[in-house]
Design a protein around this ligand. Structure first.
Ligand SMILES: Cc1ncc(COP(=O)(O)O)c(C=O)c1O
Length: 368
């Protein structure tokens, strides 16, 4: 087909053909499995209580975020970075929580700018952050909704529950241009505990001070929401009285590491690779660290569950136990999906192993 320089041409050329016709390495999502994951999570939030604010970090694809927004129990999208929020707003997503501190006046001004035609909330844990946001909001003539982050044990960001939150709340109420909308707390230090009973016990224990802080604020006449949780705790945190939104991300595409503790969601994403060398005792594939997030181990090989990974290089993966020949295409389930999506410009969409669409990954490399 010659040189392919644009997405439309690429798709036109490959649409309707079998997935193994894709050039490799390619990031591929099975839309049937993805929609089953979306439906399962949406059903969980069907009741009157907690709702879903899916995390963009897990796929960074605006088309998929819009698919999540169109679900009945989604209230908005969570993201980690200001530049991800900009991509979401550009793509028509207008209710966002940046669940992270954004520091620097220029960045605060970009958040204010987005708030001209979208509700882009942001997390704070300092007077410094509050003052910057307030100043940017006043200069832009907008009002920014802020969430105070509480650290419940992850030791990443956030203030301690109780008085430190009440103190920040007071600073917010005295700062023109911003309003106190909620508390953000993420149980990342215990979200993937293998033992479900232990995970439940720890989550309930560690989130108790957050609920107590919410109650103290209510006693002072301050009504706020609590945003928390993730895929590993959706049916724990999502059932707790006082929790209003959950920030689940991984459930939609899953990965090899998360599947071990959440088998009810399907691995909807794979990386397609080609066997480029066969040295009998070792098969080499054309994808490595530059095409696969490897923080949580090695990938699973879809059709060869007994395959053993012998090495992970920049552009190569070496395996024993794959019965294949040079030129064969192999499907790998990434060990860590979030960092894998961050490595690709686009995600191929397939149905029944036939290529159906090509979705851009706009949030790829959005680190600001
Ligand atoms: C702030 C925040 N919320 C929620 C999540 C949950 O994501 P997941 O559903 O992948 O566990 C994460 C993951 O890192 C996070 O950083």
């Amino acid at each position: 087909m010659g040189f392919v320089t644009n997405r439309e041409k690429y798709l036109e050329h490959l649409k309707g053909r079998p997935v193994i016709d894709l050039p490799t390495p390619s990031l591929v999502a099975n839309i049937t499995a993805m929609d089953a994951n979306l439906a399962k999570m949406n059903d969980f939030f069907a009741g009157p209580g907690c709702k879903l604010r899916p995390h963009f970090k897990s796929h960074k694809c605006v088309t998929l975020a819009r698919r999540q927004m169109s679900q009945s129990n989604t209230v908005g999208i969570t993201c980690a970075k200001l530049s991800e929020a900009e991509q979401l707003v550009l793509g028509g997503v207008h209710n966002i929580l940046i669940a992270n501190q954004v520091i620097g006046y220029d960045k605060a001004a970009r958040i204010a700018e987005m708030n001209r035609n979208a509700a882009v909330h942001v997390t704070v844990d300092s007077k410094h952050g509050i003052e910057q946001l307030g100043s940017a909001a006043r200069n832009a003539g907008v009002n920014i909704g802020v969430f105070i982050e509480i650290d419940i044990g992850m030791r990443r960001g956030g203030v301690q529950p109780g008085k430190p939150v009440l103190d920040l709340a007071e600073i917010i109420s005295g700062t023109a241009g911003i309003r106190f909308v909620g508390i953000q707390s993420y149980e990342g230090h215990i979200i993937t505990l293998e033992d479900y009973g232990e995970r439940k016990r720890r989550v309930e224990q560690d989130l108790k001070p957050v609920i107590a802080t919410k109650k103290r604020l209510e006693q002072k006449g301050i009504q706020i929401i609590v945003s928390s949780g993730g895929t590993g705790t959706y049916d724990i945190t999502g059932n707790m009285e006082g929790i209003d939104e959950l920030q689940c991300g991984s459930y939609v595409l899953m990965d090899a590491a998360y599947k071990k503790i959440r088998p009810e969601f399907e691995n909807a994403r794979c990386v397609l690779a080609t066997v480029i060398s066969d040295q009998k005792e070792r098969i080499t594939l054309d994808v490595g660290l530059k095409g696969m997030g490897a923080e949580y181990g090695t990938p699973e090989v879809l059709d060869f569950p007994g395959a053993v990974c012998l090495g992970f290089a920049e552009e190569h993966l070496m395996f024993r136990g794959i019965d294949a020949s040079i030129g064969d295409k192999i499907r790998l389930i990434p060990p860590h999906g979030c960092t894998t999506n961050n490595l690709y410009d686009q995600m191929w969409i397939t149905r029944n192993d036939i290529i159906e669409d090509l979705w851009p990954i706009e949030g790829r490399g959005c680190l600001e």
